[in-house]
Design a protein around this ligand. Structure first.
Ligand code: GMT
Length: 373
């Protein structure tokens, strides 16, 4: 099949999922065009049948904002003229809108092309609640040949919010268990952050307000007060990182915390952890939690969005959102039975192995190929 995949290139799960999907599809022999405003962070190496297209909208003195949506639509039309069967956009805004425009343009050329839209969470639960965006996103969703969501929670919420006749199809996120694996664990690297007697908590995110990262510092403070020998490794960068660093000093826990910033190759850092912590106010899926589990690291997370779908009672522990007493009890519960939880985490992660999930997308494309032709 010939597929154009559109995504955000920035540090965020939707871009990671789209880039990994593009890579896996190309490895399986499909012709893939990856389209974004910049090379996506996980786009490494080179595959002969994977082409990256960078969209750079023109500047003009009249413009306050560059017309990215239109430039993206135009680029999709050009890519389609080279021959594609499917446009698969990740994140509804503005990608699904551009795909709609591209498809309408192609119809005037008597070319029919199928559009698949994958929702990642904040695109429909938060951003499109803006009254100007809502009707446009609704049109883009209703006119997509297929809408998929990365969890049942997101599918249900999107159907309700947009009054869709059918809920989106759930195709969960996936993980490459050959890349995220306990085998990446290196004793020397771990020793740089914690001694063998200490528990190493790990967190990885883009430090956006929705991640509520400051709560992780309060949690660390509670665990230290309970007498746990514990260290915290904070991976990633974003708007709330400075506030977290400041809070680490204010709570006088800074000696126990390492902020390593935005790292491209996170697998070795995840693998040295004992417990992965996620305090988000909302997560449609929680890809970082899945990557941690594939690394053999159980997850303690707030029970929000799609997280209860991937964190089972043997792969980690859920706690009521914002309840740090319950969060610290959950960490202690996991720490006291770490070996069993590690096995549980690996078991669950393998259910979401790329090898199992990528064929679901292939089947979906094949179905809509027939609709388009
Ligand atoms: O979480 C973010 O800030 C990034 C965001 C994105 O759109 O890139 O992540 C969302 O998509 C990921 C991949 O499907 C999910 O694993 C994340 O849970 C989801 N984030 C939220 O729902 C907040």
């Amino acid at each position: 099949m010939r597929i154009a995949i559109v995504c955000y290139p920035t540090m965020g799960g939707s871009g990671v999922v789209a880039t990994e999907l593009a890579r896996h599809l190309a490895c399986r022999g499909h012709t893939v065009h990856l389209v974004a405003s910049d090379p996506p962070i996980r786009l490494t190496g080179c595959l002969p049948n994977l082409t990256f297209h960078q969209v750079v909208p023109p500047e003009y003195p009249l413009f306050r904002y560059r017309p990215y949506e239109s430039a993206l639509a135009g680029r999709l039309v050009r890519v389609a003229e080279e021959g594609i069967d499917i446009i698969h956009v990740h994140y509804a805004i503005p990608h699904a809108v551009s795909a709609y425009l591209a498809r309408q343009t192609l119809l005037y050329q008597n070319k029919s092309i199928a559009v698949v839209t994958t929702l990642h969470g904040t695109d429909t639960t938060l951003v499109s609640q803006d009254p100007d965006l809502y009707p446009i996103v609704r049109l883009a969703l209703r006119s997509s040949n297929e809408v998929t969501a990365v969890s049942y929670a997101l599918a249900e919420e999107t159907q309700e919010r947009f009054y869709l006749d059918e809920p989106p199809i759930v195709i969960p996120n996936f993980v490459d268990t050959t890349y995220f694996s306990p085998e990446k664990r290196e004793a020397n690297l771990r020793a740089a952050f914690a001694s063998p007697e200490e528990i190493l908590l790990v967190h990885a995110s883009n430090f956006r307000p929705i991640k509520q990262t400051t709560q992780i510092l309060y949690l660390l403070d509670r665990l230290l007060r309970k007498g746990l020998a514990v260290r915290l490794l904070m991976i990633g960068d974003g708007p709330d990182r400075a506030q977290c660093e400041h809070l680490a000093h204010e709570l006088q826990v800074w000696r126990h915390v390492h902020f390593v910033g935005g790292i491209q190759d996170v697998a070795p850092l995840l693998a040295i952890g004992d417990v992965f912590v996620l305090t988000s106010a909302y997560e449609s899926f929680g890809l970082a939690a899945l990557e941690a589990m594939a690394s053999g690291v159980p997850v303690v997370a707030a029970s929000v969005g799609g997280l209860p779908e991937i964190i089972s009672s043997d792969s980690g522990a859920l706690y009521p959102p914002n309840n740090l007493t319950a969060a610290s009890e959950a960490v202690l519960r996991v720490v006291n039975n770490l070996a069993a939880y590690r096995m549980g985490a690996l078991r669950v992660a393998h259910l979401y192995d790329a090898k199992r999930i990528i064929p679901l997308y292939e089947r979906l494309y094949a179905r809509h190929l027939k609709v388009a032709t």
